[in-house]
Design a protein. Structure first.
Length: 183
């Protein structure tokens, strides 16, 4: 047994040596503390069936079909996504804005399908009555939920091609337009 002979050591050192923490002797001691956990859940929207994507989303296809180059009545079509009608699901959102670009072959704000140097003008609309145009890149407001509760709304896009006197040059025409949904 160790004896402390110095009076000062006896008062401080010997007592301190006897009270060494367990960890100082090479044994483990529990350590406790607090982990602060936080999350911010923001209101927002997503395109149905596109759970993780925010860019590069496939908004589907609008196909006018196959017709003779001379036709009397306007050609019309509705967009279709992979799972049917394009839908937007939102929570905490009263309304969203949808804007559609003028496409790859536009002349000013006039969208055009292209086949080489040949063009076919077309318009896009938010309704089947062709009364609510997607003009240029001007956003169109879409009501989602009056109180911001979770809601899913359809986002159909309708297209129309007017007949042209003398007809169009036969061929396969295409265009791609950029769609932006914001809230």
């Amino acid at each position: 047994m160790h004896r402390c002979t110095n009076r000062k050591l006896r008062r401080t050192g010997c007592a301190a040596a006897l009270m060494l923490p367990v960890a100082a002797l090479g044994q483990s001691a529990p350590t406790t503390g607090v982990l602060h956990v936080t999350a911010t859940i923001a209101s927002g929207c997503r395109i149905a069936d596109q759970l993780r994507l925010t860019q590069g989303i496939d908004f589907g296809t609008l196909d006018f079909g196959a017709y003779p180059s001379i036709f009397a009545n306007a050609l019309t079509a509705q967009s279709h996504a992979a799972m049917g009608t394009l839908q937007l699901t939102c929570v905490g959102i009263v309304s969203a804005n949808v804007s559609i670009g003028t496409g790859l072959h536009a002349s000013g704000n006039q969208r055009q399908l292209a086949n080489g140097t040949h063009r076919v003008a077309y318009e896009l609309y938010a309704d089947s009555g062709f009364n609510l145009p997607f003009a240029g890149t001007t956003p169109r407001t879409v009501a989602v939920s009056p109180n911001g509760s979770v809601a899913t709304v359809n986002l159909p896009i309708y297209g129309r091609v007017q007949p042209m006197p003398g007809g169009y040059v036969p061929g396969s025409y295409q265009d791609d337009v950029q769609i932006t949904v914001s809230w």
